[in-house]
Design a protein around this ligand. Structure first.
Ligand SMILES: Cc1cc2nc3c(=O)[nH]c(=O)nc-3n(C[C@H](O)[C@H](O)[C@H](O)COP(=O)(O)OP(=O)(O)OC[C@H]3O[C@@H](n4cnc5c(N)ncnc54)[C@H](O)[C@@H]3O)c2cc1C
Ligand code: SF4
Ligand code: SF4
Length: 944
């Protein structure tokens, strides 16, 4: 206890010293953030005490300088990039340095010489996107390219598709800058006097161990790195100290800048996808195919194929490649790149000839269009992502997932590997890079159970031995992390002692990522002795999904135009991501169960992370295991507000939702005073830009109870159900829906508005929600009994009925979105034709785009039936998301999100329509232009 208090005081003192020393970035002890930083894609959880997010390299020097003071002499320090490690690479105690948040930019590019300097927290795809126009690219590719950082890639020596030709990250780096307490040490500059003794000591150790190191590392394309003594001591006698950092996983220090070697983007690309009757035949194909010199050869086994088939992902494959009913197929993907189409054709013909000669081969397909190639690769990646979406307490985990053996040994190696898994009674799915002999296998285990933890160790030991037997490397792609525990055994005592010498030179106190890879002072962390994270929640618990988050970090994508996750995109702060929130919710669950003393602080910090969630639900659809943060937030809120009083603002919106039908009924009376009421409401709820005018209910089109009888209304009638917000405030969409549907030949009627309970649900007022939901459900059932189609124009409302009502087992009749209804109608009748010569740009609401991925296609079909062409660009969230964008505390984030992916579309000269009320309001607020709803656009175009 006294120790914990002393440690706590030391961390506080460190934070205070950092502030005094002028550290410009954030210095945080926030419990939600620390929970988010305590996990990665591994089964481990290590809690840190302090998270710092440096603004730049100078900040890093300040950090190390302060931490070098004697009173902080044994405080550990660990760098973190994207946190996508599969084996606890970035997890450690004491201080975690978040390089992803601010140090994520391109410093400069030299187009003539083909290199770029980047900050370590720059995301791989971001770099390649920013330099694409120059014709250069950074070649190492990872499946995590939209979220892993270059610093993380350098430190794990990452690689992936194409590594046979382009090499690993270490083959594509030209130099590094590292931060030290004395300043920055740049490999491209003369060595400063203060650095000389450190580098001399490292050189001596490296030279002593080089021969033993070479003797113990197999000569493979996926070479061994992590203190690479061989390349650091170059053949020409130079000592390239920076090469020791490639693959060192932050155990030697913190990298502050990286010079990456760029390659020319090849003009032509081809992809062959071929089916095989069984996985082993696909494996055997690798060695002969390599003779045709393809850029990449990858495989996917029958298990992954079956999962992808079930998830509907294989629907995008050409029909000839699909498995027939009850059949299984293993796939091989062969990519060929080059500048000369004729040369590429020769290689392509060679590959096809080789394929034809192989046993077990079935149909094949060649793609030359870049978009199709990207789509086919996306099928492979998505199938793999789904491996994590296994029901039940045992799920695939990473611990023997990237062994590499010479490609010719691969079939025999896999046979024995699978024998080990079968002997341990374990299920698995396999995919990987067969051209370099690297296979990804994640056995399914329930890590909460002691016997499964024992099985993990047994399988790990057996696969380690098997990999050596076949002349391979146990850590072929993802780095070592806690599997560094095998390093001493693998490299031998003499070489390991040299590695220790290097560690001592750069990190005499053993503070950088201690316990990993190489240690002098502290024991190495063990694969079974490091704390495991809780794997399964109590059965039936509303927070179950938080336990199922496996940290694959798909929700940490930097990409501006993908919907997941807006709050992370706007902040680059992991606590505001689905992963971060899931970690914090899990932490809260434990603290609540155990009545932990930290509970009040944790609840405050958790509440703050949940407050920045826009409730867009992209996580509920796009996360491979559907970690649905808004639903878990409801459960947390319900529990929390049983014990605490709700804030006034929440109480006011709950009342407004509940009494929205009365407001609507009284709208003629309230209309004149509404501007002042809206101002007062804004002031009381700390909101801005609230709607200043009440909509007039659609005159003469409101249905009454007596109208809801079969045969009472004309056959071409469609019934519109409205949510309370658009019914009260969006008169435009009511008029546009009427006009658009009438122009297409429909008679439009509106159900009397009943609130669906969205606000009540999101604030965890389950009782209020249920009473509103049941009333709405009765009304919708009565309306459906007319036999006429029900339409919800507002996507957020329609998706709530589909997702949240289903979650809470409230049965509803089908309520269609306009595009679903009209696309089906277009199959059975002619639509009038419009005269408009430029394509329409249709922007979807993000909740709709993620929950109904075919939404764009449906609108395209509807407009095509009128003779119109439609583009459906991808966008992220517009930043409004109901009330979120109105709340004053969210203004910066809301505007930032709009700028990220909406502004350029809205301000273009294109003919635009947007499906969401929030998005249209946001466009008006930040650009002065309010797009139409697509039905409004239809009305306009058909009236021309
Ligand atoms: C679903 C999935 C698929 C994957 N696929 C691939 C793949 O195809 N190929 C592949 O190679 N890997 C893959 N990985 C592993 C992982 O994505 C890579 O290792 C990646 O390079 C890690 O980058 P990161 O930014 O997330 O690093 P982190 O996980 O944050 O850190 C990794 C290590 O680097 C250290 N580090 C980070 N930044 C610095 C710095 N500035 N200075 C010093 N040390 C630093 C950390 O301390 C840690 O030890 C996959 C992981 C997942 C979850
Ligand atoms: S929330 Fe989903 S996407 Fe994000 S890390 Fe967890 S499992 Fe992966
Ligand atoms: S609902 Fe949206 S903002 Fe909230 S965690 Fe999920 S993806 Fe992020």
């Amino acid at each position: 206890m006294a120790d914990a208090k002393a440690a706590d005081n030391r961390i506080r003192a460190l934070a205070a010293e950092l502030e005094r020393a002028g550290f410009a970035g954030e210095i945080e002890t926030d419990l939600a953030l620390r929970a988010a930083m305590s996990t990665d894609n591994s089964v481990y959880q290590i809690n840190s005490d302090l998270v710092v997010a440096p603004r730049d390299a100078a900040d890093l020097v300040t950090l190390l300088d302060v931490m070098g003071r004697p009173q902080f002499g044994d405080v550990a320090i660990t760098a973190r990039g994207g946190g996508t490690g599969t084996n606890g690479q970035s997890l450690n105690r004491d201080v975690v340095v978040d390089l992803r948040r601010h140090m994520n930019g391109l410093i400069n590019i030299n187009e003539r010489e083909g290199w770029a300097d980047v900050q370590p927290g720059m995301v791989l795809d971001d770099l390649n996107e920013q330099i694409r126009e120059t014709g250069w690219f950074f070649a190492p590719e990872t499946s995590t390219s939209n979220r892993c950082t270059i610093g993380g890639m350098v430190s794990t020596d990452a690689s992936g598709k194409g590594s046979r030709i382009y090499g690993k990250t270490s083959d594509n780096i030209l130099g590094l800058e590292i931060a030290r307490p004395q300043g920055l040490l740049d490999s491209r500059q003369p060595v400063s006097a203060w650095a000389k003794p450190m580098l001399d000591a490292a050189e001596m150790a490296a030279r002593q161990g080089k021969a033993a190191f070479i003797a113990n590392t197999p000569r493979l394309n996926r070479r061994f790195t992590g203190y690479d003594l061989e390349r650091a001591c170059a053949d020409d006698g130079r000592f390239e100290w920076w090469r020791l950092f490639l693959g060192a996983e932050g155990t030697l220090g913190i990298i502050s800048a990286i010079r990456v070697k760029l390659r020319r983007i090849e003009r032509e690309k081809r992809l062959i996808v071929a089916g095989f009757t069984d996985f082993r035949s696909a494996l055997v194909a690798a060695a002969p195919l390599i003779k045709a010199d393809p850029t990449a050869v990858e495989v996917m086994d029958e298990t992954v194929q079956a999962i992808a088939e079930d998830a509907g992902i294989l629907g995008r494959l050409p029909p000839t490649l699909r498995a027939g009913a009850g059949q299984k197929v293993a796939y091989i993907f062969i990519e060929l790149n080059g500048d000369d189409p004729a040369h590429l054709q020769i290689k392509l013909d060679d590959c096809r000839r080789i394929l034809r000669s192989l046993a077990g081969v079935g149909a094949s397909h060649v793609a030359s269009d870049r978009a199709e190639i990207a789509e086919l690769w996306a099928i492979r990646s998505a199938g793999v992502g789904l491996l994590g979406k296994v029901d039940g307490p045992a799920r695939p985990i990473a611990f023997v997932e990237d062994a590499v053996v010479p490609p010719e040994n691969l079939p025999a190696f896999v046979d024995e590997f699978l024998d080990i898994l079968r002997a341990n009674g374990l299920g698995f799915g396999i995919y990987g890079h067969v051209d370099v002999g690297c296979l990804h296998i994640r056995p399914a285990l329930n890590i909460d159970k002691a016997e499964d933890r024992a099985r993990m160790v047994a399988v790990s030991d057996a696969v380690f031995a098997l990999t050596r037997k076949h002349g391979g490397i146990f850590w072929g792609e993802h780095g070592k992390g806690l599997r560094g525990a095998y390093l001493r055994d693998w490299i031998g005592a003499e070489a390991y002692s040299a590695l220790q010498g290097i560690k001592a030179a750069f990190d005499p106190e053993g503070r950088f990522n201690p316990g990993k890879l190489v240690t002098n002072k502290v024991p190495i962390m063990g694969i079974a002795t490091t704390p495991f994270r809780e794997f399964n929640g109590p059965e039936g618990d509303p927070l179950t999904l938080a336990f199922r988050c496996n940290g694959n970090a798909q929700c940490l994508s930097y990409a501006k135009t993908t919907p997941m996750c807006p709050s992370f995109k706007a902040t680059a702060d992991i606590r505001y991501s689905p992963k971060g929130r899931a970690d914090a919710l899990r932490s809260w669950h434990k603290a609540r169960r155990e009545a932990h003393a930290d509970l009040p602080v944790l609840e405050k910090d958790l509440m703050a992370t949940l407050d920045k969630c826009l409730g867009c639900k992209a996580c509920a659809s796009s996360c491979p295991v559907q970690v649905d943060i808004p639903t878990m937030r409801q459960a947390f809120m319900a529990d929390y507000f049983k014990r605490h009083r709700r804030p006034l603002a929440d109480r006011l919106v709950l009342i407004a939702e509940r009494f929205s039908p009365a407001i609507m009924r009284l709208s003629p009376l309230l209309a004149p005073v509404w501007p002042i009421a809206s101002w007062i409401g804004g002031w009381l709820t700390a909101s801005q830009d609230l709607p200043r005018h009440l909509a007039r209910p659609p005159q003469g089109l409101q249905l009454h109870e007596g109208d809801l009888r079969p045969g009472h209304l004309p056959e071409n009638t469609v019934i519109i159900a409205q949510d309370w917000f658009t019914a009260l405030f969006d008169g435009a969409v009511q008029r546009q829906s009427i006009a658009g549907l009438r122009a297409l030949g429909y008679n439009v009627r509106f159900l009397p508005m009943r609130p669906g309970g969205k606000v009540a649900l999101s604030l965890g007022d389950f009782r209020g929600f249920r009473s509103m939901a049941e009333a709405l459900s009765r009304q919708l059932h009565a309306a459906a009994a007319t036999g006429l189609p029900l339409i919800a124009v507002e996507p957020a409302f329609a998706m709530m009925l589909r997702q949240d009502y289903a979650n809470l087992e409230i049965a509803l009749p089908p309520v269609f979105l306009p595009q679903e209804f009209l696309a089906a109608e277009a199959d059975r009748r002619e639509f009038p034709k419009a005269n408009h010569d430029s394509p329409i740009k249709l922007l979807s609401h993000c909740t709709e785009a993620t929950a109904l991925p075919q939404t764009g296609m449906l609108w395209k079909k509807v407009f095509a039936a009128m003779g119109l062409e439609t583009n459906t660009p991808s966008t992220g969230c517009c930043g409004m998301a109901g009330l979120f964008g109105h709340q004053r505390r969210h203004q910066l984030m809301s505007r930032h999100l709009f700028d990220l992916s909406w502004r350029s579309h809205v301000q273009s000269q294109d003919t635009i329509a947007a499906t969401g009320y929030s998005c249209r309001c946001q466009a008006k607020r930040f650009s002065g232009t309010q797009p139409n709803h697509p039905l409004g656009l239809i009305a306009d175009l058909l009236s021309k």
